[in-house]
Design a protein around this ligand. Sequence first.
Ligand code: SF4
Length: 373
Amino acid sequence: MSAARRAAAAPPAAGISGAPALAARDVPGQALAARIVAWQRRHGRHDLPWQRTRDPYRIWLSEVMLQQTQVATVLPYYARFVARFPELHALAAAPLDEVLALWSGLGYYRRARLLHRCAQAVRDAHGGRFPHRAAQLAELPGIGRTTAAAIAVFAFGERAAILDGNVERVLTRALGFGADLALAPARRALWAQAEALLPQRGIRAYTQGLMDLGASVCLARRPRCEACPIAGACVAAAQGRAEDFPAKSRRLRRGQRTSGLLWLAQRDALWLVQRPAVGVWAGLWSLPDAESAAAWLARAQAWPGRGAALPVVEHALTHFDWRLEPLRWTLPARLPAAARRAIEADLPAGRWVARDDALALALPAPVRRLLGG
Ligand code: SF4
């Protein structure tokens, strides 16, 4: 039998991994996928700017921006990026500082640095054209397995599985997949199930449908099962325990930190420092920090001028909650050069930047808000 004939004769529920799909309450995988495809075509999202193209560059850009970030937040950033870097070569040739400045406020800045590196890798190692297969895409900087699959699906129509947090939730609930996803064998098994469920036809609508379900129907808390196209097949819904899925024993334990931010102003300028290339807000421009506002105040009292503590900013990062205590200190407009040099020597290395110019730099979102940008 030829390979093509063998493929045609394969059982319809078998996915590309060869693993049989778990039946969701006696509904075979292909029927489940067909419901998702039909629902997506009728009720899913169709008007997002990156859905109107098959250009892998634009799809890649949107997928990286959408990692851990909601669509509404991404929309203006996507529009600005596409306007400034309409194609891959423009992004690859841009200075990293400019990419970071455009990314400023979108968070998870490592993505921006990897985006830039990836553009250069595609230009240098692939002649400026993205590879077509998910497996090759996943070798590029900043492109994980799900992002690679999403690009391969939407740009090239490959049958490839995605498994981000939203899709993980939909699939574990639908299948009643209760294994602990903190463990690698369970994750591998769920990937195999995700592959086994892939439809023979309609891969784009299916993939978008899973994303849409996870974002708007199968919510982490209080899923809207009454609006779900696979409710009749869903194991977790039938058992009335949707919120027990996905099972993960190792929950992230969030830490707490406090820092004091010094907003040192003179005339219309302020003192900015560039953060180290690794760590939180890596490479961004920011206000100098110390352990607390009180620590800055103790130092500032030896300087001319006056200052006051500003309202505390609570900022949530992936691994910890950060309490930011800003202190604004204004130096006199006229200051002898020697006094100014003495103050600068007391500060972390940085430079004076006019406020309007500061707002054009890559600033962390809370610092930008603090400065009124
Ligand atoms: S029926 Fe409810 S729990 Fe099951 S997949 Fe749909 S929204 Fe999620």
